[in-house]
Design a protein around this ligand. Structure first.
Ligand SMILES: [Mg+2]
Length: 148
């Protein structure tokens, strides 16, 4: 069942390169925060995050963090320094905030993807919103596997 929710799989956010975004005609990338862009509860940006955000932006893609985290300050600490928008307490799998953000930015469904680590929230919300559902590996388990 869960596999049916996924349009594309990546190991980590860094694999979503400007080339991939261009090839997929993505103009808006909605992105989960915890365990996708960073390790849950870590307040340190993971290495490479800043550079990746710059790359995505310079490819002309709007990047918006859409997090279920209820702590506004935590979510903003990962968006404000990079000049990107964020939504906290997004209540995924409800698609309300995904669709609202997409409509505000006037970007078509077919040009929008949601990137996240969790089937029951991120990917289900993407399906409800009618946009591309892109799965990344849970950040912590990915890093652990790399250290083995
Ligand atoms: Mg997550």
């Amino acid at each position: 069942m869960s596999i049916l929710l996924v349009d594309r799989k990546f190991d980590r956010f860094e694999d979503v390169t400007p080339e991939v975004l261009r090839a997929e005609k993505i103009k808006l990338l909605l992105c989960d925060l915890d365990n996708t862009l960073t390790e849950r509860l870590s307040s340190e940006p993971v290495e490479g995050l800043e550079e990746w955000i710059k790359d995505v932006k310079s490819a002309g893609v709007e990047l918006v963090i859409v997090s279920n985290n209820i702590f506004k300050k935590r979510v903003q600490s990962f968006s404000e320094p990079y000049g990107i928008r964020c939504v906290w307490w997004a209540k995924k799998p409800l698609s309300t905030h995904l669709t609202r953000t997409r409509k505000e930015l006037k970007i078509a469904k077919k040009n929008t993807a949601m990137l996240g680590d969790k089937y029951s929230t991120d990917l289900l919300a993407a399906k409800f919103a009618g946009i591309r559902a892109w799965k990344v590996e849970h950040r912590k388990s990915y890093l652990k596997d790399q250290q083995k």
